[in-house]
Design a protein around this ligand. Structure first.
Ligand code: IMP
Ligand code: MG
Length: 174
């Protein structure tokens, strides 16, 4: 079952604050937001409305794969950006940083395209689960281990439409 972790009001306050921080770092500059699908589609749509800078939004979808035979954390691009990011101020918008493997690969990939600035904005950071060194420049919530859903984040593609962020708990843990 689901236990509410962050209410829609908590989320709105946090997203507003993230927007302020991004605005302060990019005064009078244009920003290209890179929404990592699917998990950050709602977060991105709220975040960009809290930023007054001239902004554009592009979308990217990657899938992580790996088994005993291949290195875990390989990332395949399912849908690439449509924009050229060379010399642009780019902010990657991610739902959750967990092991950090996905984001570190995406970051390396995008850095080869020579953006002017590349920042990471993550709604949730599970710092204790990190396996590679990567930090979000703008982080909404830091949580301990636990599987969360809602506000765009799924479990088996469900619960993305839940307006609050909830943690999935076993019945006997309630
Ligand atoms: P990483 O490569 O281990 O950092 O994985 C990050 C990705 O795993 C996130 O973008 C999410 O799509 C997914 N993920 C990690 N933790 C959760 C969770 O608690 N709920 C839903 N998806 C998660
Ligand atoms: Mg994701």
């Amino acid at each position: 079952m689901l236990k509410k972790l962050f209410s829609r009001q908590d989320i709105a306050t946090t997203v507003k604050d993230l927007g302020r921080r991004i605005e302060n770092d990019f005064v009078n500059e244009e920003i290209l937001f890179v929404c990592l699908l699917k998990g950050s589609f709602i977060f991105t749509s709220d975040l960009v409305r809290q930023v007054a800078n001239p902004s554009r939004v592009d979308f990217m979808r990657v899938s992580s794969y790996g088994n005993q035979m291949t290195t875990r954390g390989n990332v395949e691009i399912i849908k690439d950006l449509e924009e050229d990011i060379e010399d642009k101020n780019v902010v990657i918008v991610e739902d959750i940083i967990d092991s950090g493997l996905t984001l570190s690969r995406v970051k390396d990939m995008l850095l080869t395209r020579k953006p002017k600035v590349l920042k990471i904005c993550a709604l949730i950071d599970k710092r204790c689960r990190r396996e590679v060194e990567i930090e979000g420049d703008y982080v909404g919530f830091t949580i301990d281990d636990g599987f969360v859903v809602g506000y765009g984040i799924d479990y088996a593609e469900y619960y993305r439409n839940c307006p609050d962020i909830c943690v999935v708990v076993e019945e006997n843990e309630v």
